[in-house]
Ligand binder design. Structure first.
Ligand SMILES: [Zn+2]
Length: 64
């Protein structure tokens, strides 16, 4: 299941969500509760493998 990173447009808080493919998911900010979330195309989607680190199954290790 892919993990997508979202940023809250209201407070700027970043979160990651698991999403089922094809689903239209509504997410809410864990910090301020706003549903105005913007999907980010994180390094997970744009070729984390180029770093040669195969030890991270989710591609999100090392992100803080
Ligand atoms: Zn927020």
């Amino acid at each position: 299941m892919p993990i997508f990173e979202y940023r809250c447009n209201k407070c700027g808080h970043k979160m990651e969500f698991l999403e089922k493919s094809g689903g239209k998911n509504k997410h809410s900010c864990a910090k301020c509760g706003s549903s105005d979330m913007q999907k980010l195309f994180s390094s997970f989607a744009v070729g984390k493998s180029s770093q040669g680190n195969g030890a991270c199954p989710t591609g999100t290790c090392g992100l803080s």
